[in-house]
Ligand binder design. Structure first.
Ligand SMILES: Nc1ncnc2c1ncn2[C@@H]1O[C@H](COP(=O)(O)OP(=O)(O)O)[C@@H](O)[C@H]1O
Ligand SMILES: Cc1cn([C@H]2C[C@H](O)[C@@H](COP(=O)(O)OP(=O)(O)O)O2)c(=O)[nH]c1=O
Length: 205
């Protein structure tokens, strides 16, 4: 079963993942992430840091996703593992339309077409949502910021995320990221256990 965790920078994904490692240890999940589960992720980070052109950047994120699927996701699904990914294809569908706005027509459709035929759809996606000011205030002031981490861009990214969730309510679970860390983690862990139980009782389609 494939679970993905999504949300804007500073929404609490890394914190949640660290708690899930403890809370779900008995299920032996495979924790993974995008970008960066293979060496392709290094190229993506370099492209972002150097502000390469947006199409190159988007295609590198897609290449990272392809490598992630072939080397990590598909083999683990075939073994019947529970996989929990920190970011996945919805990060592309939420961030890249902002970056590609005005560069190509209808970036979201373009991105969806690129994923067609080979990407694997998550079974459940948890979307951490919080006011932009709170996310910005949580970002580490000592750490160099990616250009995505501006309030204007993050506001548009979160709006895109919410539209994706509204279009696919059976897959998305929206989580109030302002709740205390323990509550966020407890809620998500319980939901994952429920999904894992129901997926064991039905074959994968
Ligand atoms: N539920 C929460 N309540 C308050 N602070 C939080 C919560 N979740 C995370 N944080 C804090 O916010 C900051 C950013 O969290 P992090 O998990 O790194 O976010 P992300 O991985 O989504 O960028 C960290 O300092 C973390 O301790
Ligand atoms: C996976 C992915 C990430 N991103 C962005 C989100 C982040 O700002 C940045 C790096 O991701 P990440 O390292 O997960 O950042 P953080 O730990 O701060 O959440 O790349 C995209 O724009 N498109 C994508 O497809």
């Amino acid at each position: 079963m494939l679970i993905t965790i999504e949300g804007i920078d500073g929404s609490g994904k890394s914190t949640l993942l660290a708690s899930l490692r403890e809370l779900l240890a008995d299920l032996d999940p495979l924790f993974t992430r995008e970008p960066g589960s293979t060496w392709v992720g290094g190229s993506v980070r370099r492209a972002v840091a150097e502000r390469m052109d947006p199409i190159t950047e988007a295609l590198l994120f897609c290449a990272d996703h392809a490598a992630h699927i072939e080397t990590v996701i598909r083999p683990a699904l075939e073994e019947g593992r529970l996989i929990i990914s920190d970011r996945y294809s919805d990060s592309r569908f939420a961030y890249q339309p902002v970056v590609l706005d005005g560069v190509i027509p209808d970036p979201l459709s373009w991105l969806r077409r690129i994923h067609e035929g080979w990407s694997i759809r998550p079974d459940r996606t948890f979307l951490l949502v919080l006011p932009i000011e709170d996310a910005i205030s949580r970002l580490d002031p000592e750490k160099k910021r990616e250009y995505f981490e501006s309030p204007e861009i993050l506001a548009r990214v979160q709006e895109n995320y919410l539209n994706l969730a509204a279009a696919d309510p059976a897959r998305f679970i929206i989580v109030d990221a302002l709740l205390p860390k323990e509550e966020v983690a407890g809620f998500v862990a319980d939901e994952i256990r429920t999904c894992a139980r129901s997926s064991r009782s039905r074959p994968r389609t």
